[in-house]
Design a binder for this molecule. Sequence first.
Ligand code: ZN
Length: 684
Amino acid sequence: MGCTKTDNPFFETYKNKYGAPPFDKIKNEHYLPAFKEGMKQQMAEVKAIADNKTAPSFDNTIAALDFSGDLLKKVSSVFFNLYSCNTNAGMEKIANEVTPLLSEHNDNIYLNSALFARVKNIFDNREQLGLNSEQIRLLEKYHRNFIRSGAALNPEQKTRLREINKELGLAQLAFGKNVLDETNSYRKIVDKVSDLAGLPESVRQAAAETAKADGKPGKWIFTTQKASFIPVLQYGQNRELRKELLMAYTTRANHDNSNDNKAVINKIMKLRTQKAQLLGFDTSAAFILDDTMAKTPKAVYDFLATVWTPSLNKAKEEAADLQKIMDAEGTGQKLEPWDWWYYTEKLRKAKYNLEEESLKPYFKLENVRQGVFDLASKLYGIKFKKLDNMPVYHPDVEVFEVDDADGSLIGVLYTDYFPRPGKRAGAWMNNITDQYIKDGVNHRPVVCNIGNFTKPTADKPSLLNMDEVETLFHEFGHSLHGLLTQCTYPSLSGTSVARDFVEFPSQFMENYCWEPQVMKTYARHYKTGELMPQEMMDKIQLASKFNQGFNMTELLSAALLDMDYHTIKDTTNFDVTSFENASMKRMGMIPEIIVRYRSTFFSHIFEGDYAAGYYSYTWAEELDRDAFQAFKETGDIYNKKVATSFRKNILERGDTDDPMKLYIKFRGAKPNPDALLKKRGLVK
Ligand SMILES: [Zn+2]
């Protein structure tokens, strides 16, 4: 049964004063008709822009494009939000049907030569048009997107690009499938209880349950899933077992069988390099980074070098400390990668004796959330008000109105914190509607924070672990970036920024969560209301510097390996193992640590979106630590003046200017890595 436009909520103007979707009225059957009509409407708008007989101008072309596709944006944002956090079989079907249609729709816009001719004309004359800096930025963004999609290529080259994209898509899928198959097929069966010495009861139980489910009751099974083998590395006394599991994990998709990824990597790198060269760049990294804050491979290498050496030096010190424990135990053994976790746990217990279970009663979810709200109020003067009558898509969802100090509306925040079937793993922030200014009206955004935090039980509220507290602060940081934005054009507003800049406002908030001053506002025992003891807060501070040489060395070696791959110029076949070994040798990697992702299972870069981008987390960390330092330097982590500057120059600006320029406006200088290195205890 088709449905008429009149009973489809996407075809109506959302009625509430926030412009939030009527989630209670949206049903699966509303999506496809709205997607199809939305694409049709946008295509008509795009055609009118491309065929316009009037000379191309910023308003009749670039702004018109940016404000086109209203209905499509409406249905896409609701659909893809719910598809990640509240999906069902019907939605899976719709996603499969609509994804290729959307990608074709996108090609039809970006490969429209009449449209590109207008964009190019405006771009070539941009200096003479009297545009403001935000308009220039939007124009450059569109021009770049057209070029990157191949709009400037000749017909044969366009055909070749489409072929490359298709082959690349398939090769990346094959890479992911091989990693998944290898991960799922591995089983280490243990039949002697003595081999489990040192393992906590919960770990034994989980391994026993896996064995039972596999038809091997009475035995224990370990896999290369992190939740299964990491506890063995940490607590298992059986050194051979530790070694076997770590080796199984680090050699996935590297066994010269049908799941081997070495040939797939060759194919992916060949195609990526060819694509970059077709589009006028000498390497894949140069092509990818052209669109980021770092801009060039050299800038990334230079940055990584400044953090690599102190990290590696610290890791060497840590290795020596661990070796001392081994020597004191009289094992006569040399520290190996499969010993690192085990002796680190011993050292952690001896040094800090920090039991995570004893902290959790102080981290009741509602208190932590109120803590970040209060923090935002202190920094930016904004206020949060719970809304009880908004339509939601699930009873776990809560809605808050966010207002400025003067009472004007900033936007709406939805929080959806607990796991359930139909929600994918992890935590994230999304826009449900974007902020923009049109016809003098400032449309305020609706954003959401999604998590999978520990659920409340019959007798206990939701009590978070440290990782979850940090995640809540992090995602809330993305929300502030999405909420406080003050931009004209929807594609520049909020979090629509470069990949190596987007984690900056979120990671910035993490700086606050373990500050004793902040903890005093939220870390109260859920039963007694008593504040967390000072001694516990101090331990949390100290423990944050522990084992950071290892963590950073593991992470940065992966970032360097990623860059080495994506700066390949030559597209002839190469041997993956020798390539990786040469890369490790060049950076001076120590044998006691294995790079976080070896090539054959480095899914971030060969399957996902982080090609030439694994450095981004650390890049953003340099920014967030240095930005927090601006507060610390005043002696007041809530300093109003610095907070206002952070709001005006970073949080409100979206992608309306070059990110480094925005940063310099806030800080008065480029970021430097000192605060990052100090915070992690890598320098004195
Ligand atoms: Zn994030």
